[in-house]
Design a protein around this ligand. Structure first.
Ligand code: PMP
Length: 353
């Protein structure tokens, strides 16, 4: 029995990806070797790495453009540090939309001035600040989707300075103009694949701005020169990312996945707004298509509701420990049927009180 997994990340992936990834652990491509025991310098793995990098650029519609793709260690959190280490000369501007932006700001402060251009902390990050101005700085950093609060940036400022975006929880979920960013990074464990690597898409032009004396392992230049193979890369995580990106392409790419994601989000938000027992956390205009956050109006119903969704084989609906309540994470691989089932359990609660 497969559970309906609404986990915020690591999250559900397509069944076919689980099967192919499992088969490769026993015998990769009939080679008589496991994917876990081949050299990262072998032809087999170099081909995996090159296809994964090319597909990632293709999904973002950045192929043939002046961008490079890297799969690096350390997750998105390492990118908080690498971005500042490479590019923060004096001052950088950050949009503070939650825990993850705050962690990026903290790393920035190690290297210079990290200015908060705006923050939604005043309302526990349930909205996205708008109408802020960005001063002349080394770069502007924002988080496109705030996984914990269920808010999402629908527009990005048009500025003449390098734009850096943490897209960990909504990359490849909808069509956007990836070309407007100079550097995009994302932990892999949501829409890319499994944990163990972060994808970085970087405009080659930006490399000119790398500061001197950045340690080799933390320099984007090193990783680009060595085609993301400076040291032993996270082979298995990159293979899973490749399988997942191939799946995404087969589904019809990002536009097909976007229309499915829009349907899922419409279903859950319709029920949150209709059902008198629940209310949504994020301001309506800033609601995320990936993570829907909601609460019971009457907390005393929580045992009953928890029992209902757990009996329905739903997993991972608990809200993040910092805000509580519920969070339905609906990344690319989650089916519409899973969301329909969740809506039914919310309706069942209403009928049974
Ligand atoms: N940024 C965002 C938006 C996230 O959701 C997360 C984790 N869920 C992170 C950064 C941190 O990612 P990692 O655990 O890969 O460092």
């Amino acid at each position: 029995m497969r559970k309906h997994n609404f986990c915020a990340g690591p999250c559900t992936l397509p069944q076919s990806v689980f099967k192919e990834a499992a088969a490769a652990v026993e015998n990769y491509n009939n080679s008589g070797l496991s994917i876990l025991e081949i050299s990262h310098r072998s032809d087999a793995f170099v081909a995996i790495m090159e296809e994964a990098r090319a597909l990632a650029l293709e999904m973002a519609d950045l192929q043939n453009k002046d961008y490079e793709a890297l799969f690096l260690h350390g997750g998105a959190s390492m990118q908080f540090l690498m971005v500042a280490y490479n590019f923060l000369q004096k001052k950088a501007a950050y949009l503070d939309t939650g825990v993850w932006s705050s962690k990026a700001i903290k790393e920035g402060e190690l290297f210079g001035e990290a200015i908060k251009v705006a923050s939604s902390k005043d309302e526990n990050y349930n909205y996205v600040p708008k109408n802020y101005s960005i001063p002349e700085v080394d770069y502007f950093h924002c988080t496109s989707n705030n996984t914990i609060y269920g808010t999402q940036l629908k527009e990005f400022p048009q500025i003449g300075i390098p734009m850096i975006c943490d897209m960990s929880s909504d990359i490849f979920s909808k069509k956007i103009d990836y070309n407007q960013f100079d550097l995009i990074y994302a932990g892999a464990q949501k829409n890319i694949g499994t944990t163990g690597t972060a994808l970085v898409l970087i405009k080659k032009e930006l490399l000119k701005k790398i500061k001197p004396n950045v340690p080799s392992m933390l320099s984007y230049q090193t990783h680009i020169e060595r085609k993301s193979m400076f040291n032993t890369p996270p082979v298995y995580a990159i293979y899973v990312a490749l399988l997942n990106l191939r799946w995404l392409e087969k589904q019809g790419g990002i536009s097909a996945t976007e229309s499915k994601n829009r349907k899922k989000a419409a279903l859950i938000y319709k029920e949150i707004d209709r059902n008198p027992l629940f209310y949504g956390f994020a301001k309506k205009e800033d609601r995320s298509m990936m993570n829907a956050t909601f609460f019971l109006k009457d907390e005393s119903l929580s045992d009953k509701f928890n029992d209902l969704w757990q009996k329905a084989e739903i997993n991972g609906l608990e809200g993040h420990r910092t805000i509580g309540g519920y969070r339905a994470s609906m990344y690319n691989a989650l089916s519409i049927e899973s969301v329909e089932l969740l809506v039914q359990t919310m309706q069942e609660l209403e009928k049974n009180i």
